[in-house]
Design a protein around this ligand. Structure first.
Ligand SMILES: Cc1ncc(COP(=O)(O)O)c(C=O)c1O
Length: 482
C-alpha cells in the first residue's frame, strides 16, 4: 500500500494490488439486521455470515490470499509422513526467522496448548505484556496463572506512545525479584498486542526483555501471530529500522526469542500454525505432544495445501506493500471516526480499528457488557460485524464475580486486502450516526453463559427495548436507505 499525495494535497492510501476474484455481499434492511441480532443472542459470533454485510469480526483465516499462494496450493505433497511440503515450509520459516526447528500445529491456540503442556506447572506464573483469551485459558487449564506487565501507556485509550505493547522493564524486574525465577514458567511477548488495540512492541523492548530473560535463565516465548503489523510499525516508527530490510528485522526478533509461535490464520495469511525454536531440549519436549494432540510432525493437523499457501504467505510478509495495507486502513478508519468525535484507541495500531465503548456508552454500567452492547448496536446500524473485546471476553473470577476488563473495546478488524476505501467510509458513517444516537443504546444480560471462553457462544438479551428504538431512529434519519 502506498500513500500517494493527490493534487489537492490529500494523502490517500492507494492499493498496490488488484482484485480478480470477488464475493457478493448482502446488506439486509435495518429491521432484518435487528431480527438477526436477536436470533444470534446479541453475540456477533453467532451471526450467520450470509446476514453480515462487512465482516470485521477478525482477520483470522479471512485475509485475501495472493495468486502465488493459490498456485502453490496446487503443488502440495500429500503424505502422512515426510511430505516435501513440510520441508519447503520449514525452509521458508528458517530463512525468515533464523530459527532451527519447526513444529507444525493446526492453529495458534494449538501452539499455545503445546507450549503450556511443556512449560506450565501448577502454581507457576507466566509474565506477559498482555494476555490473549486462548493463551490465558490454556495456561489456567494447566494450573498456572498469568501476570500482565505491560507499560502504563498500553492501558491508556488515547496516547501518543508509538509502542503501547511494550513490557514495562521495571515491572518485569520487580516480578522476577518477587516471584523468583523458578516460579516463572516463561515470559511472553505478544506482537501487535491484540486485546489492547493491536498495539505494537518495539525492537528496543524485545532486546531488553530478551537480555533480562537470558541473564536470569527464564524462557522467552514470542507470540508472532500479529507480527506482520508489528514489523510494519518497527520499520515506520522506530528510527533505527527505517532503512533495514523487513527480513532482517524478522531475523533479529527470531534470534532474541527461545520459543516463537504463530497463528498462520494471521501471520502468513493462510490457516494453520507453528512453533519455532533453536533449543534442542525445548524442541524435544514440545515435539512429543504434536502427534498426541495435532498430527504427525510433518503436518501437525494441517492440510498440506494450507502449508504451501503459508510458505508463500510468510515470504510475502516481508514485502512492505503486503503488510502495510491493514495498518494504513486502520489509520484511515480511526481517522474518519476521530474527525467525527467518536472515541477510538490511539495511536491507531494494527489488526483493526478499536472503538472505545467505555466512553461511547458511558451511560451503560460495566456489568451490563458495554462493549458487547455497542457491538450489537453497530451491527444493527450498519450490518458491520465487529468483535467485543471487553468484560464479556474475560473469564469470571473463581468466586463467580465478574472480572471487569481494563478496557471496553469494540474491534473492527481489517483483514488484509479484503475491504475497499468506500466500505471503510460507509463503516465510519454509520458508527458516527450511532455515536450521535448513543443514548438509545442499552445494556445486555446473559441468557446462556458458558463457563469457558463464554464470548464465543454465550447468548444474551437486551435490558429494555433499545434495539427497537434504534431501528425506529434509523428509519427516521435514513428513510428508505439500507
Ligand atoms: C495474539 C494471538 N495469539 C494467539 C491467537 C490464537 O490463534 P488461533 O485463532 O489461530 O487459534 C490469536 C488469534 O486471534 C491471537 O491474536
Amino acid at each position: 500500500m502506498s500513500r500517494i499525495t493527490f493534487m489537492s494535497g490529500e494523502n490517500v492510501p492507494l492499493e498496490m494490488h488488484k482484485v480478480r476474484m470477488v464475493q457478493k455481499l448482502n446488506l439486509l434492511p435495518v429491521e432484518e439486521r435487528a431480527q438477526k441480532m436477536e436470533e444470534a443472542g446479541y453475540n456477533t459470533f453467532l451471526l450467520r455470515n450470509r446476514d453480515v454485510f462487512l465482516d470485521m469480526l477478525t482477520d483470522s483465516g479471512v485475509n485475501a490470499m495472493s495468486e502465488d499462494q493459490y498456485a502453490a496450493m496446487m503443488q502440495a505433497d500429500d503424505s502422512y509422513a515426510g511430505s516435501e511440503t513440510f520441508y519447503r515450509l520449514e525452509k521458508v520459516l528458517q530463512d525468515t526467522f533464523g530459527l532451527k526447528y519447526f513444529l507444525p500445529a493446526h492453529q495458534g491456540r494449538a501452539c499455545e496448548h503445546i507450549i503450556a503442556r511443556a512449560l506450565v506447572t501448577p502454581g507457576s506464573v507466566a509474565l506477559m505484556n498482555y494476555h490473549f483469551t486462548t493463551t490465558k485459558a490454556l495456561i489456567t487449564l494447566m494450573g498456572g496463572t498469568v501476570e500482565e506487565i505491560i507499560g502504563d501507556e498500553g492501558l491508556k485509550i488515547e496516547s501518543s506512545a508509538p509502542f503501547k505493547g511494550d513490557i514495562d522493564i521495571d515491572k518485569l524486574n520487580e516480578a522476577i525479584k518477587r516471584l523468583g525465577k523458578d516460579k516463572i514458567s516463561f515470559v511472553r511477548i505478544e506482537a501487535g498486542t491484540n486485546l489492547v488495540g493491536g498495539q505494537p512492541v518495539s525492537m528496543k523492548n524485545i532486546r531488553e526483555v530478551s537480555r533480562i530473560c537470558r541473564k536470569e535463565g527464564i524462557i522467552l516465548v514470542f507470540d508472532a501471530s500479529l507480527l506482520a503489523d508489528n514489523l510494519y510499525f518497527i520499520k515506520t516508527r522506530e528510527e533505527e529500522f527505517k532503512n533495514v530490510e523487513l527480513i532482517d528485522i524478522a531475523k533479529e526478533i527470531g534470534s532474541l526469542t527461545d520459543i516463537f509461535y504463530f497463528s498462520a490464520r494471521k501471520l502468513g495469511t493462510a490457516r494453520g500454525g507453528g512453533i519455532l525454536t533453536s533449543d534442542n531440549k525445548l524442541h524435544t519436549k514440545m515435539r512429543e505432544f504434536i502427534p498426541l494432540f495435532e498430527g504427525f510432525i510433518t503436518y501437525g493437523g494441517m492440510s498440506v495445501r494450507e502449508m504451501e499457501a503459508m510458505a508463500v504467505g510468510i515470504r510475502e510478509t516481508v514485502d512492505i506493500d503486503v503488510i502495510s495495507q491493514t495498518p494504513i486502513f486502520v489509520e484511515a478508519l480511526s481517522g474518519e471516526l476521530v474527525a467525527r468525535g467518536v472515541p477510538v484507541v490511539t495511536p491507531p495500531g494494527g489488526l483493526g480499528c478499536h472503538v472505545d465503548a467505555g466512553r461511547f456508552c458511558d451511560h451503560i454500567p460495566q456489568d451490563q457488557y458495554i462493549a458487547a452492547s455497542l457491538n450489537a448496536a453497530i451491527f444493527i446500524a450498519s450490518g458491520v460485524r465487529g468483535m467485543e473485546r471487553g468484560t464479556l471476553s474475560e473469564q469470571r473470577n473463581e468466586d463467580g464475580s465478574e472480572h471487569m476488563a481494563k478496557m471496553e473495546l469494540v474491534r473492527l478488524a481489517i483483514p488484509k486486502r479484503v475491504f475497499t476505501l468506500s466500505q471503510i467510509k460507509y463503516t465510519a458513517d454509520r458508527i458516527a450516526w450511532l455515536y450521535n444516537n448513543r443514548q438509545l443504546i442499552g445494556g445486555l444480560e446473559f441468557v446462556e453463559e458458558p463457563s469457558v471462553l463464554r464470548f464465543f457462544f454465550g447468548r444474551l438479551k437486551p435490558i429494555g427495548n433499545w434495539p427497537e428504538l434504534l431501528v425506529k431512529q434509523f428509519r427516521k434519519d435514513f428513510g428508505e436507505s439500507l
